[in-house]
Design a protein around this ligand. Sequence first.
Ligand code: FUB
Ligand code: ZN
Length: 679
Amino acid sequence: MVKFAFTALAFSLTTAALAQRSDYPIRAVPFTQVKLTDTFWLPRLKTNTDVTIPASFQRCEATNRVKNFEMAAAKQGKFATTFPFDDTDIYKTIEGASYSMSLYPDEKLGAYVDALVAKVGAAQEPDGYLYTARTIDPAHPHPWAGPERWEKERELSHELYNSGHLYEAAVAHYQATGKKTLLNIALKNADLVCAVFGPGKRRVAPGHEIVEMGLVKLYRVTGKPEYLSTAKFFLEARGHYKGYDPQSQDAWKNGSYWQDDKPVADQREAVGHAVRAEYLYSAMADVAALTGDQQLLASVDSIWHNMVSKKLYVTGGTGAVPGGERFGGNYELPNTTAYNETCASVANVYWNQRMFQLHGDSKYVDVLEKVLYNGLISGVGLDGKSFFYSNAMQIKNSVSFAQSEPQRAGWFDCSCCPTNLARLFPSLPGYVYAQKGNEVYVNLFVSGSTDLLVNKKKVQITQQNNYPWQGDLKFTVNPAASTDFNLLVRLPGWARNEAVPSDLYTFATPSQEKVSIKINGKPVTYTVQKGYAVLAKKWRKNDVVEVTLPMEVRQVVANSNVKADLDKVALQRGPVVYCAEWKDNGGKTSNLIVPTTTTFTAAYTPEVLNGIMQLTATIPAVQVDAAKNSVRTVQQTMTAVPYYAWANRGKGEMTVWFPQRVTDVDLISQPIVEAVVNK
Ligand code: FUB
Ligand code: ZN
């Protein structure tokens, strides 16, 4: 049986290492300390454990990803998959399985992971190098790898990307199981990386970031300064690209594709490949926290501001442009061709959590919540084994079947997204609470409980709610003995008339409804600190806090610079953004009009899409007569479902942004053209 273990050893290593240095002022309460009981996330975590993780391992086996490691160990054969980063699907699934096993112990899975870790170890070269795309047959490495180790790192080899995912997996495996098997493999590889790269040694800006975040995690576990200094070195290596052509608009030539066009301290906007970028920004936050580097902090703050003001979809998706899987220009947020890679949403969650830990401002959690409830979980079907790589914002029968993914697939040649979800889901409990001394932050509203130490006293906090469907939140605070501390409850931006923490989206009309808070049945007044209600008191056994969030259906409008959304509205209730799907709307959605005066009714429908709050309204829809000679507007019932749940009932039209008037309606559907996934 695999036992949960932040082992005594892990704690002593970590606390010794942490004792002397600066770090994030706010500490997230680890996922292992938070027990969920809720009906929204817990079933998803269970599906991830029961379906997604086994399916990912099975697909890693069936698609020769495991075989690559076996061949590397035997030093014979021919690399048997497509991409040199296919090793990472195994690492990410081990990471997910490790997190998952600390929630749901599973002997059989534990034994399988042990065997897989042994295969990974066997594929490692004696000096620590681990990259099956070369080790299998060093005379004929993968074409993206180049004849010599690391020489194509800046381009496409992904050697350091593979290392980064290895480190992330190794730390999760160690923390969850107490076993050092994978950690030792990772440390041996990291020692090689630190020996090869650094001042006076090789310098490269890693072509696909994540090694920096991984090194920071290894530093946290071991306290070894080289891991942090090498992470910092990789950040500082950016902006020295020799082939840099500032005149070129081509992101491959000017370095912006992999964020190598400027030194990180001078970067101010979110640019280039979105997953690469958001892993970089996460690492910038990590290194700024650990070193106190103010320039790095200023850069990452500006970049975040650019992203949230000009490059974020209303669903929380990022990376608008298919060519290069990248951020577009400011306000370039097209709907029919939106790319929104699922991995970019994963990365955006990591980034926003770090920004929150740096600044203690709820605006970062507002974005994190938006991503979680919308653009991230849209990436996986309700079955747990079908996935979107890109997350479309509109499917029109006549246009975008050829441009977007209208339905999920079980796996992809480049299958980064499914395995990234597999690792993120079981870590979700770690995003619910945070702590800074005697300030306890409640960031996400998820039923369950956590056991904390505040003022050296044990305190249990229990949440009971039916979020995101209902706004009545109940918290029971139960200290072992009465104690003073501040409970900081996030007041979501959307409950304070703020659609996003920028002017990119606003609610069409302000709501008069306010958040109300009671303690032990009595309304309280409270101060607001960076978006949190500060409840400061001596907490006694079984104190009850009740928070009521307004849950009206809101119409969202975009900044007028977003040309794709001009004169359109999106629908949101609580943190959930809605869409209309063909299935509920007479086979078509691109003909629906939502005038400003539309009133929506919300009703919980347990039988639809595993239980959702469904929205309905009477609205005008444009219809073409049978002979296709004339059009008319008819009143019809429009039904909207949460965006995350679309494409679970077959493929057809889907709309997030609805015209307010008869503009941009798609009158005649053409026959369906099969999807081409943009890559
Ligand atoms: O390059 C590795 C992964 O493949 C990226 O993160 C994804 O965007 C996909 O291109
Ligand atoms: Zn991906």
